[in-house]
Design a protein around this ligand. Structure first.
Ligand SMILES: Nc1ncnc2c1ncn2[C@@H]1O[C@H](COP(=O)(O)OP(=O)(O)O)[C@@H](O)[C@H]1O
Ligand SMILES: [Mg+2]
Length: 382
């Protein structure tokens, strides 16, 4: 059996435990066998190439990104246990009253963290993928009510554990705190040193994510930052021109296999099993995103034809319709702001879309009416 780490004695809460310290990447003795990833990698790269091509089906890739990025934010937070829905998120953005504000805050924090990372990577003067950038993202992710006691933005200074009530009875004890910085520096080197490995980029991403989870460098948020790191590396290695894939959907659907595969790297030296699971996930998630884009494009095309066929259609209703994919829940006031027009003009445009059955009113009231592009939301939440 391949050894993937060593054990170090760590004393916490008056108890000595064996903490796992992973060996640096890539896996060795034996090296990863190409036979275990070649076919899976080819299938995943093909699915990503198809996904990149299909975004041309709609006039603006921003429409697709709007929902894809929010789905990833929601699903990665749901893996952590956050109870929020896509509609909660849309409602929050539309300024509608929502009940579970703490849950939605966790999701919007993830969106902020994601944007920070993307902005840095796209800015020639920005930070590269690095411990510093991940800490900055962590600070945004854990900002607010739930995260404030968990050292936002900082590597942990104490021993943590996964499963169980204390390190002594835990399923997994990550490395001692004083080793975390060096172990992350190894990961950083593996990412940026092209001579470190000739493995395909998706395989490297699989390795990096698992290694990050094994190091478990933060007091909380390790899963979400580790999955954000996947998206960041997809960008860094140009695997997808835009973040249209939401891998967390697959990971959530196969959550127990996800955790078991991570554990098996440690307990059975099984890097191969994790890598092939990850590649299958990328292929499945990319195909799912592609199907979703085709469905969105055909819904929008059909609704647009209906609008253009109406004798009452004009510039305002047409522009409002084009704004809907990024504003699926709205009020007349939001429509007015989006169109930069008068209230009566916005109101007439909304009314036309309602009469055509494209949007529906939610409150049944005369005042503060709220609208929803329901068929589109149904597609996204299917
Ligand atoms: N057995 C395991 N070995 C290594 N990592 C694991 C294991 N089980 C779960 N994980 C990782 O730990 C994450 C949970 O850690 P946590 O710090 O609570 O992150 P978050 O708050 O973002 O969910 C999981 O999402 C998963 O990525
Ligand atoms: Mg957590």
């Amino acid at each position: 059996m391949r050894r993937t780490g060593t054990y170090a004695t760590s004393t916490t809460l008056g108890e000595a435990v064996q903490a796992f310290v992973p060996l640096p990447l890539p896996p060795c003795e034996p090296l990863l066998a190409p036979a275990c990833f070649e076919a899976g990698n080819r299938a995943a790269e093909l699915a990503l190439a198809r996904l990149s091509g299909v975004s041309g089906l709609v006039p603006s890739v921003d429409w697709l990104l709007y929902s894809a990025v929010r789905k990833e934010a929601l699903l990665t937070s749901q893996i952590e246990g956050t109870q929020a829905t896509l509609v909660d998120l849309f409602d929050e953005e539309a300024g509608f009253a929502i009940g579970n504000t703490d849950d939605v805050e966790e999701v919007t924090n993830y969106l902020r963290a994601f944007r920070l990372v993307q902005d840095n990577l796209r800015d020639p003067a920005g930070l590269p993928i690095s411990v510093r950038l991940l800490c900055d993202a962590h600070r945004l992710l854990l900002n607010g009510v739930r995260g404030s006691g968990k050292q936002p933005g900082e590597l942990r200074r104490s021993q943590n554990w996964i499963g169980g009530t204390r390190p002594g009875n835990a399923a997994f004890v990550p490395p001692p705190a004083e080793r975390v910085a060096d172990l992350l520096a190894d990961v950083e080197r593996f990412i940026h040193d092209d001579s470190a490995s000739t493995l395909p980029p998706l395989v490297k991403i699989a390795l990096v994510h698992a290694q990050f989870e094994t190091i478990h460098p933060f007091l909380d948020g390790n899963g979400r930052i580790g999955r954000l790191l996947i998206a960041a590396l997809m960008e860094h290695w140009h695997l997808l021109p835009e973040p249209l894939m939401y891998l967390s959907g697959y990971l959530k659907q196969h959550q127990s296999a996800y955790y078991q595969r991570l554990s098996a790297i440690r307990t059975q030296g099984d890097w191969e099993g994790w890598v092939s699971f990850f590649l299958e996930g990328v292929a499945a998630a990319a195909s799912e995103a592609e199907r979703s884009i085709v469905a969105i494009a055909s819904l929008i095309a059909a609704d647009r034809r209906r609008l253009l066929a109406s004798p009452k259609a004009g510039p305002a209703s047409y522009r409002l319709f084009e704004a809907l994919p990024m504003m699926p829940r709205f009020t007349v006031e939001l429509a007015r702001q989006a169109l930069n027009t008068s209230f009566p003009t916005a109101n007439a445009a909304v009314k036309l879309l309602e009469d055509l059955g494209i949007v529906s009113e939610l409150t049944g009231q005369k005042k503060n009416r709220s609208y929803s592009y329901q068929d589109y939301i149904a597609l996204l939440t299917r």
